[in-house]
Design a protein around this ligand. Sequence first.
Ligand code: HEC
Length: 361
Amino acid sequence: MKINTMKQTLIKTLSAGMMAAFIASPVANAGGGVHLEPADVDVHDKTSLLRGAKYFANYCQGCHSLKFSRYNRVAADTGVTDEQIQDIIFTRDADDKPTKAGALMTSAIPPKDAAQWFGTAPPDLSLIGRSRGADWIYNYLKGFHTDNSRPFGVNNTIFDSVGMPNILVHLQGTQDPVFRYDLMHNGHAEASFTSEEAANKALKEKLTYNVVKLGLMGETIVEKYPTETEAADFVASKTSYKVLLNKLEVASFTTKAEGESYVKATPVEGGKYKITPKSAYSVVKSHKIMKVVDHLELVTPGTQSPAEFDRTVLDLTNYLAYVSEPAQLHRKTYGIFTMIFLLIFFVFAYMLKKEYWKDIH
Ligand code: HEC
């Protein structure tokens, strides 16, 4: 009996612990609502990692460091010698000597100058694979497009007003954005249009000006009007005016004029009056048009075909995903060994349990 209660308590404690661990486990990268094309990275693909390392040294390391990584670690993990890795990702230090194999992978650019040139200093990318995730990096590198309103003439589909220039443009070619106009209602697109005129026409047909009242349960629509003036008139008819004297409410009137004449009629020595409108209502539009980038269109081809460029970006993404956690190459092997150990341990634990309980039954 006693042992049974002990067992029950133990089970309860264990399951509570497991529940707590489950609840506390971090929620995986929320995408932020933007649809990301999945990047099919494989950190065990060593040739892809080496290609990624090479692209990174050639195109990115001028600005971005990977300051938690060393060249010889990349060499060891990709199965090449220190000499080979120096041939692949050859850089020079401040004295123009070839970088040592054991050196940290710093960038050439002084952060202060960089911040001035680009508006923000290029961040170290050692952990970008973990903070942003591979899919994000992949879509970011493919998402540069022309935008004349930006200082470098480029913008990015998933990083609005990006400070980084389009570094891979000669490989990829130039992409123009093709816009779409969404008719938005209550936070979702009710219809989509390719031309702005068509969208505006649909908006005209649907749009109402709603007078809403803010209550405990959120906004409720009180009235709907076809024009903004009608809605505004309704709100004005429901608005009262507070007269404040030294920030304290002293009177309230249905029109502003009444408030003003009250103030005139009752002057106060050293007092300061203020008249403010008081209304529980406001006007919101039922629909609006949102201009979004629907897709990108290659207008001038680059030196690589779209398929080749996808490969290049995938290699870079793969490399950054690897760099952010080099141990992941071995982590899964540890897992398998642990499982095997637990299986063997289970046999002994079971035998021991049988031995202990032998006399109790
Ligand atoms: C000319 C300098 C320069 C080069 C070269 C460059 N970048 Fe950048 N990069 C920047 C700057 C500046 C930012 C910061 C952008 C911002 O915050 O608006 C940035 C931001 C990024 C980010 C987003 C970081 C974040 O989460 O905010 C990634 C990822 C990135 N770069 C990857 C790369 C890769 C991969 C390459 C090589 C193909 C590269 N960059 C080449 C300047 C550069």
